[in-house]
Design a protein around this ligand. Structure first.
Ligand SMILES: [Fe+2]
Ligand SMILES: [Fe+2]
Length: 282
């Protein structure tokens, strides 16, 4: 949910209010001047007859517009605070849900927070509108929610998965999609797309639909980079955490294979910013 910037809407409201008042008040003021000075006092018709009432009409219009705008600003501030609170509650609920789901497979809660942060930054670098950046960043923690439908013997297996187990594990993308689809709420819609597409690869070798290139929704391509970046820097039972230099090389090598080359380039050009997020939420 995007909150419009206060200055532009409130300025426009003030200007509109002034012109409306001015159009209503000024003719009455001019009529008032003409009636009193020409009809009642018998003065000759000249511009002085109208000048005073016109200036007064102008000043009164400004005064009313200022008072109206003040009321409008106050009302807007209350509305904005309400929307902000709703947004924050929504994001907190999503984070809690994601942390619970990830905890089942031993993933740390910081992982989903970091993935959300990287996603927000990359979406912004990719030039997505503010509202989409907000939605995608809020939905990103849910990328692996489908793992709640994977049996423990596969999900918690410490060693390497057999091909059969791996194909069971891959189902988490579709399970997550089915959990979140069929909603008209924007965060759930985008979260459904993220869960389904975060394991697709640019060259078509990913899953579940083996989509290729721009057929993969951009939200999936962005979260893929965020998720892999975080996973490689995290120690696993079967391998140590990769140092940043190795991760950078990996992204260079996988650009155009696993990852969207344009997004991978944006990521590499701003690598230090992503590494700083990792440090901040270690
Ligand atoms: Fe996943
Ligand atoms: Fe993940």
């Amino acid at each position: 949910m995007h909150i419009p910037s206060p200055s532009s809407t409130e300025f426009q409201f003030g200007v509109r209010s002034f012109f409306l008042n001015w159009l209503i008040i000024t003719p009455f003021m001019a009529l008032f001047g003409w009636f009193n000075m020409v009809v009642r006092l018998g003065l000759p018709v000249s511009h002085e007859v109208f000048l005073g009432p016109l200036v007064l009409g102008f000043l009164v219009s400004i005064l009313i517009a200022v008072l109206n705008t003040k009321g409008f600003i106050k009302k807007n501030e209350i509305e904005r605070a309400k929307i902000q609170e709703l947004n924050e509650t929504q994001v907190e609920v999503i984070l809690t849900l994601s942390v619970v789901a990830e905890a089942r497979c031993g993933e740390m809660s910081a992982h989903v927070k970091r993935v959300a942060e990287y996603t927000g930054l990359l979406a912004q670098l990719a030039g997505l509108p503010d509202e989409e950046v907000f939605l995608l960043k809020s939905a990103a923690p849910l990328h692996d929610i489908g793992k709640i439908g994977i049996p423990d013997n596969v999900l918690l297996k410490p060693g390497k998965l057999t091909p059969e187990e791996f194909s069971i594990m891959q189902e988490h993308a579709e399970i997550g999609y089915r959990l979140l689809a069929n909603s008209t709420k924007p965060i759930r819609e985008i979260a459904a797309l993220v869960t389904r597409n975060h394991h697709e690869k640019w060259d078509g070798s990913g899953y579940p639909q083996r989509l290729r290139g721009e057929a993969i929704p951009i939200c999936g391509r962005i979260v893929a980079i965020a998720d892999v970046f975080d996973a490689l820097g995290t120690e696993r039972a079967y391998r140590k955490a990769w140092p940043m230099t190795r991760i950078r090389d990996y992204f260079q090598e996988q650009s155009g294979k696993h990852f969207d080359p344009h997004l991978a380039q944006l990521f590499l050009d701003n690598f230090e910013r992503f590494a700083a997020i990792r440090k901040q939420y270690e």
